[in-house]
Design a binder for this molecule. Structure first.
Ligand SMILES: [Fe+2]
Ligand SMILES: [Fe+2]
Length: 164
């Protein structure tokens, strides 16, 4: 189903489609995070990825709750954007040998993921409110806040990283 498919007629349809997009993305991210934990050269970054891995499990649970409250089937729709971001992260990380540079590459890749999630959740929170569903909005806002906090931590890691 494409973005402008005739299956999407209302803001509510768009909300469901976009929730399924980020649900798919979160599931891809949980599959990618163990690899990032393994690749991260610094103990601090490893810990950061592990923490966000656990958070991601919680975010998936909240999305399931949104589907349940909405009364729609809990399922994902393929999101080519996150697939490409994760693929690029893998490719770049595979090419870097210097540990400090690899740290920087992984931070940059992870920030790209967080920014994708922030844009999706930011939109979904606004739409949930427009649809009069503060219950959906509050669950999605919790995910949004975790992504924003993770992005801020990653940015700080990047700044504090010893120069190569
Ligand atoms: Fe997430
Ligand atoms: Fe995230």
């Amino acid at each position: 189903m494409g973005w402008f498919s005739k299956d999407i007629a209302t803001l509510d349809d768009l909300f469901v489609h976009t929730s399924r997009d980020i649900y798919y993305a979160e599931n891809q991210i949980t599959k990618a995070l163990p690899d990032m934990v393994e690749k991260a050269p610094s103990a601090e970054l490893k810990r950061g990825f592990e923490t966000h891995w656990r958070e991601t499990e919680g975010q998936i649970t909240r999305l399931k709750e949104v589907f349940r409250l909405h009364g729609v089937e809990e399922k994902g729709v393929t999101c080519p954007a996150i697939d490409r971001i994760l693929k690029e992260a893998n490719e770049v990380a595979g090419e870097v040998e210097d540990k400090r540079v690899l740290d920087a590459a992984l931070i940059a890749a992870a920030q790209a993921v967080e920014h994708y999630e922030i844009t999706r959740y930011g939109t979904l929170v606004v739409w949930a409110k427009q649809l009069g569903r503060n219950d959906w909005a509050s669950l999605l806002k919790q995910n949004l806040d975790e992504e924003a906090a993770t992005d801020a931590k990653l940015a700080l890691d990047g700044i504090n990283r010893k120069a190569a």
